[in-house]
Write a protein that binds this ligand. Structure first.
Ligand SMILES: Nc1ncnc2c1ncn2[C@@H]1O[C@H](COP(=O)(O)OP(=O)(O)OP(=O)(O)O)[C@@H](O)[C@H]1O
Length: 437
């Protein structure tokens, strides 16, 4: 695991170090200060961060603003060095109910594995979808369930449908990746080759039809992979969702449950959503709807903080969590790039339509984008499509950030995360932009 480890040598530990003793089944909740990282180590006992065990004695470095909890099942002492925004211990947590869910999922994985070894190719592991309002701890619970499963040697698939605050790649995308090791508390998910679809907006209301198409596409690709890969199939998936639970948001939850054939729905922190889903899903005997309590440690984030977090995620894509990556600045000719948007475009004039029909915008229409200064500061996705008509159904290899447009020379300057060639000439654009600061 890529822990940010350091030795003690040469460090002045006198000023801000302190020890915290944690009783069994309690947690230390921390918000790292805004300006400097925090170092923390486990001195004795055992403890975990969102399902991943801490190594004994090794200092870990947590970046500014990170919010997390160190939980212990049996008691532990940890040492901290640095300034926190807040830190306090809490002995009331929903962790026992969360680990009970994990135990039930383990049972299902074992049963699926046993039936697969008897030759059944219908052996399906649990497909868990985590739903609830914003800031109910959905991502955190998803992460725990994945890390606990990986610790037992399973390779569950993580599906992140949260285009606002996802944890696999930049905002505006839905994505999936296998989890082979407990998730690193500092670095997050170790990515080999995540399967990423570019929606291009941070709220689904910009194009609900496109969002559904991409969810279906991702679900179908995973279904195919599961058919070929018993290990993934029996480990199942954990699907994280957005916090939009009313109106269209609610419809999109039902759509995702159907698309992925979810068989366990975990509802965090909202009675109303739980009873609505339980009533609607009663028709499906194979789907269990389970209500879980929200942790008191979950930190609420307002719209401004969410926007900032999105910018950090984009920055992290190009520069790494601790500025450890060097992006590539490149120049391309306008003619080298074919940029498309999905949705909108000129509507058919009323005169061209049958009497009584209303002109509607076409949400799935491919619209070529002229390269001009409007593209400045846009984040574009590099599609695997070989032809324009594959753009809707193709996943993406990565992203570029447009830093300069020279209309006279007809060149575009952009930042890319790697020097590798683009997978094709086709790029996708949405409303995602970033101002590098
Ligand atoms: N027990 C805890 N102690 C301290 N911080 C926590 C705890 N649980 C969650 N958090 C923090 O609270 C924040 C919100 O949690 P999380 O991202 O899991 O919520 P969410 O429901 O997925 O939010 P969203 O709807 O925005 O996706 C995160 O920064 C997370 O690290």
């Amino acid at each position: 695991m890529a822990y940010a480890a350091e030795s003690d040598a040469g460090l002045d530990l006198a000023s801000t170090t302190r020890q915290v003793k944690l009783e069994k089944e309690s947690e230390l909740r921390i918000e790292v200060g805004n300006d400097a990282p925090l170092r923390l180590r486990l001195l004795n006992g055992s403890a975990e961060i969102y399902g991943t065990e801490l190594p004994p004695e090794i200092w870990l470095t947590f970046p500014p603003r990170l919010k997390f909890a160190v939980f212990t099942w049996y008691g532990a002492t940890v040492e901290m060095d640095g300034i926190t925004e807040t830190d306090y211990t809490a002995d009331e947590t929903p962790m026992v109910s969360y680990v009970n869910v994990h135990a039930v999922l383990e049972g299902r994985r074992n049963r699926a594995k046993a039936s697969a070894s008897k030759g059944s190719d219908t052996s399906l592991g649990p497909r868990v979808i985590v739903v609830g309002p914003t800031d109910s701890g959905k991502s955190t619970l998803s992460r725990m369930l994945l890390s606990w499963a990986a610790k037992q040697g399973w390779k569950p698939t993580f599906v992140d449908l949260d285009i606002g605050q996802g944890s696999i790649t930049i905002p505006g995308c839905i994505a999936a990746t296998p989890i082979e090791l407990p998730i690193d508390p500092v670095e997050g998910i170790a990515l080999e080759m995540p399967l990423v679809y570019f929606f291009g907006h941070t709220t689904p209301s910009n194009n609900v039809d496109l969002y559904k198409v991409l969810v279906n596409e991702l679900a179908q690709v995973l279904e195919k992979q599961f058919t070929a890969n018993v290990e993934s199939r029996v480990a199942g998936m954990v699907i994280n969702t957005m916090g939009w639970i009313e109106g269209v948001g609610y419809e999109l939850i039902l759509h995702a449950i159907d698309a992925f054939n979810a068989n366990v729905v975990l509802v965090l922190g909202q009675e109303k959503l739980f009873s609505r889903l339980r009533d609607v899903l009663r028709k499906k005997p194979n789907v269990d709807v389970v209500k879980l309590q929200k942790s008191g440690g979950v930190v609420s984030r307002n719209a401004k903080v969410r926007q900032k977090d999105r910018n950090y995620r984009i920055r992290e894509y190009f520069y790494g969590l601790t500025n450890d990556l060097s992006p590539y600045a490149n120049v391309a000719n306008f003619s080298d790039l074919l940029v498309y948007k999905i949705g909108g475009g000129p509507q058919a004039p009323r005169s061209a339509l049958p009497v009584g029909a209303d002109p509607v915008a076409s949400p799935l229409r491919l619209v070529p984008v002229n390269i001009d200064r409007d593209l400045l500061h846009s984040v574009l996705a590099l599609s695997y499509a070989k032809e324009p008509d594959q753009l809707l159904s193709s996943n993406v290899a990565g992203f570029i950030y447009i830093t300069e447009i020279d209309s006279q020379r007809k060149t575009v300057t952009y930042l890319g995360a790697s020097a590798a060639n683009f997978p094709s000439k086709y790029l996708l654009m949405g409303t995602l932009s970033w101002l590098e600061t």
